[in-house]
Design a protein around this ligand. Structure first.
Ligand SMILES: C[S@@+](CC[C@H](N)C(=O)[O-])C[C@H]1O[C@@H](n2cnc3c(N)ncnc32)[C@H](O)[C@@H]1O
Length: 282
């Protein structure tokens, strides 16, 4: 299995500066690449991941760092339940190399496997979603999350034939260029990725210390727009009554970073990544 190479970690560490004694929320533990770097730099870390397969890696880090690390096996929208505050809250969105590389999880169209795509392993699979959706709902998912051409025609074919495996789905897709976008669109819908992101961002203002930063690495244009617009809303209207923070909080947008040529060459998965950030100034 390919090892997951953390994306834009250098830019994140540069943005966060001295981490010694800082308290960080890593919303997307994955292979623990970010978490380990924060811990090595002297921070304490609370990490979320809803994929139970990462618990072994989290346990290994716990063995090494003890009380400085806490892992919560849950969707990151549940950060709203936390009562502590953080110097930084970091999201590295999307899926990990480990999730793509295990064919039985159904994220990839390179091998034939059940059409699953659930990060948490619980709830509705991609095959269930197709079987239970109307043509209109499915077409909207394909258009909104995959920009798929002739989405209605494909959605109708999917609803009629109810694919159960990745290859059954792939064989329905007429235009080869649509294969990756169709798989991406279904994955986003199955895991309610945009709903999760919106709910977690709603919780961030209450969890950030003054001077604290929220950083997000995005890979998809819709999640990038959600992050950008949310950070912009916070920073453009100080004391915005829609934001559940003390009225004297003010936010400053941070510069956007993208991978440089070296990172792009070493890690093609970083291709569409954007790092966005905002700082709670006072
Ligand atoms: C790109 S990987 C993170 C990689 C990590 N930064 C590293 O360096 O190893 C994304 C991880 O976030 C998790 N994830 C995605 N959406 C989530 C959500 N809503 N709640 C909890 N975990 C989520 C996935 O299961 C996956 O393990």
């Amino acid at each position: 299995m390919t090892k997951h190479i953390p994306v834009l970690l250098g830019a994140i560490l540069q943005e966060l500066g001295d981490l010694n004694g800082r308290h960080i929320l890593d919303a997307t533990f994955g292979a623990g690449g970010y978490t380990r770097a924060f811990l090595n730099a002297g921070a304490s870390v609370v990490a979320f991941d809803r994929d139970p397969n990462v618990i072994v890696d989290a346990d290994a880090i716990k063995q090494e760092f003890g009380d400085k690390f806490r892992f919560i096996s849950a969707p990151f929208s549940e950060m709203s339940r936390l009562t502590e505050t953080f110097d930084a809250i970091v999201f590295d969105l999307g899926i990990s190399s480990m999730q793509i590389d295990v064919p039985e999880r159904g994220f990839s169209f390179r091998g034939d496997a059940p059409l699953d795509m659930r990060m948490s392993g619980a709830g509705q699979t991609a095959a269930d979603l197709i079987a239970q959706s109307s043509v209109a709902t499915l077409a909207k998912i394909l258009r909104d999350y995959g920009d798929v051409s002739r989405a209605n025609v494909l959605a109708r074919a999917m609803v009629q034939s109810k694919p159960q495996t990745t290859f059954e789905l792939k064989n329905l897709i007429y235009n080869p260029r649509d294969v990756a976008p169709v798989f991406q669109a279904l994955r986003i819908a199955v895991n309610d990725e945009m709903g999760e992101l919106r709910r977690a961002l709603d919780a961030v203002p209450n969890l950030l210390k003054v001077g604290g930063k929220c950083l997000a690495v995005t890979f998809h244009s819709i999640e990038d727009r959600i992050v950008k617009n949310t950070f912009r809303d916070w920073s453009s209207v100080p004391g915005n009554p829609l934001i559940p923070v003390a009225a004297d909080a003010e936010y400053k947008m941070l510069r956007v970073a993208t991978p440089d040529a070296i990172e792009l060459e070493q890690n093609p998965r970083s291709r569409s990544a954007h790092l966005r950030g905002v700082q709670k100034s006072y």
